[in-house]
Design a protein around this ligand. Structure first.
Ligand code: ADP
Ligand code: ZN
Ligand code: MG
Length: 480
């Protein structure tokens, strides 16, 4: 039987507020253990939480940016469970009245647009972190608890089961990351756990509309793990089904080292958590005016920016899509254009040499050895005719390892374009004398033969001759 894959994601996104969601403790990452704590986030008796207004603002902005309806009335609920990283024995979250619902984002996968619906976005607090004496909980004699992360604000962004491949799931998560970065509510540093996903995967007979039994993989925190875990799970479930077995609804972990998923526990249901309204926090009521104010503060979002780059600068849909796919990339592009460099050339150089080099060395664009300003200056040297675009590639390669200004590199390496007619003419004459065959062909009417001669002149000039002048001079001499 042929199966199709069904995927839904629950993305946890840590908000970049200065303080925690229900107390005044700092949120910063990497502080000494248990230094960002107080009676409220430690869950000591006799204390009361207060909601950080910024968290509500960020949640509403995230909802608006993903086309959700904002609930003017929402409330917090307690999700009860026991684990050492949860000092209150409940997580304050939102259950039946989340802050935002019924949204969507569009993704592009292999040239096709697809709409992924969001079920809801809710606010909740993060738990603490267990620090094991060994490498994992199983081989540790003891574990300590760090409560610095307890009470750090999170958004949980829940999708409908609308994705049907690992690539779609990745593209969706990239889109959510981009939107959260654009609206500046999260650092989205996946390596620091700012953005992580619980991934639900099931199979069903192709064409069926009923959902199959799913497994859930928790806390996936890189795009590679996301794709690998999904692909592994598709294979594993296919095998089980083809052998006539049944999928067990369970929580599994992804082991990136071994490249497999492992069963953790059978899946809990909502009723297991004994959800109850949070009695210590009043409901959150937001006026339509406040919602509209937040809407008016939203920056240009990825889709709009993409459309603008296409319209204003004539970029292709593909190029504009890549350039706006992350905030860092879009800002880099803007900075290149701000130097006065041609917008189309800027896109070409980013899509070409820059991304090729960044990808090859797995460097993030925010840490690019060739900064936007220098790339812009280099492009302007090409536009001014100081260097050809071919030499530009050499200069770019040099800039990758050398922090000098492009003009200085061009100067030091003697790469300035030869635009002196006399100098070019001398090479042209020599090349005509040395290459009788293409000369003959050209004169016999095979105009294309000029290409070989142009190539020779460029080679002799080490790429420095102005190509347009070479063409003109050659044609003039051959036609005379
Ligand atoms: P929970 O995992 O907390 O029990 P839900 O039942 O609401 O919560 O589902 C969470 C996620 O799982 C959602 O993103 C949803 O789209 C996805 N999901 C639900 N059923 C399936 C399924 N059969 N296959 C794949 N994903 C599913
Ligand atoms: Zn605190
Ligand atoms: Mg879940």
């Amino acid at each position: 039987m042929k199966y199709e894959t069904v995927i839904g994601l629950e993305i946890h996104c840590e908000l970049k507020t200065k303080t925690k969601i229900f107390c005044g403790c700092e949120t910063g990452f990497g502080a000494e253990h248990n230094t960002h704590v107080c009676p409220v986030c430690l869950g000591l008796p006799g204390v009361l939480p207060t909601v950080n207004k910024r968290v509500v603002e960020f949640a509403i902005k995230a909802g608006l940016a993903t086309n959700c309806e904002i609930n003017q009335y929402c409330k917090f609920d307690r999700k009860n469970y026991y684990y050492p990283d949860l000092p209150k024995n409940w997580q304050t979250s939102q259950y039946d009245l989340p802050i935002a619902e019924h949204g969507w984002v569009d993704i592009d996968v292999e040239g096709e647009k697809k709409r992924i619906r969001l079920t809801r976005i809710h606010m909740e607090e993060d738990a603490g972190k267990l620090v094991h004496s060994g490498t994992n909980i199983k081989d540790s004699a003891s574990s300590n608890v760090d409560y610095n992360r307890t009470g750090v604000p999170l958004l949980e962004i829940v999708s409908e089961p609308d994705m049907s491949s690992a690539l779609e799931a990745r593209t969706y998560m990239e889109k959510i990351k981009a939107i959260m970065e654009y609206i500046d509510v999260s650092n989205c540093r996946m390596e620091e756990g700012n953005l992580r996903a619980d991934v639900n995967v099931s199979l069903r007979p192709a064409g069926s509309t009923e959902l199959g039994t799913r497994t859930e993989m928790k806390n996936i925190n890189s795009f590679k793990s996301l794709e690998d875990a999904i692909n592994y799970e598709i294979e594993r479930q296919t095998e089980v089904l083809e052998d006539g077995g049944e999928i067990i609804q369970e929580t599994r972990t992804w082991d990136p080292e071994r490249g497999i998923t492992l069963s953790m526990r059978s899946k809990e249901n909502a009723h297991d958590y004994r959800y109850m309204p949070e009695p210590d926090l009043p409901p959150i009521v937001t006026s339509p005016e406040t919602i509209e104010k937040f809407r008016s503060e939203l920056p240009e979002l990825p889709d709009a920016r993409r459309a603008r780059l296409e319209k204003d600068f004539g970029l292709s849909d593909y190029d504009a899509g890549i350039i706006t796919s992350s905030r860092a990339m879009a800002e880099y592009y803007d900075a290149v254009v701000a130097t006065g460099a041609d917008a189309k050339l800027a896109a070409n150089w980013m899509m070409g040499d820059l991304l090729k080099n960044l990808n090859a060395e797995a460097i993030d664009i925010s840490k690019s050895p060739v900064e936007a300003e220098r790339l812009g200056e280099m492009i302007r040297l090409i536009e001014k005719g100081t260097i050809s675009s071919k030499i530009g590639k050499k200069v770019f390669a040099e800039m990758w390892t050398c922090p000098d200004a492009p003009a200085k590199i061009v100067e030091d390496k003697g790469l300035v374009q030869i635009t002196d007619t006399g100098a070019i003419e001398a090479i042209v004459d020599q090349v005509i004398a040395d290459n009788p065959k293409p000369v003959e062909q050209y004169k016999a009417g095979k105009k294309k033969a000029i290409g070989a001669l142009v190539g020779q002149v460029m080679k002799q000039s080490k790429g420095k001759a102005n190509p347009q002048m070479v063409n003109e001079l050659l044609a003039k001499k051959l036609d005379s």
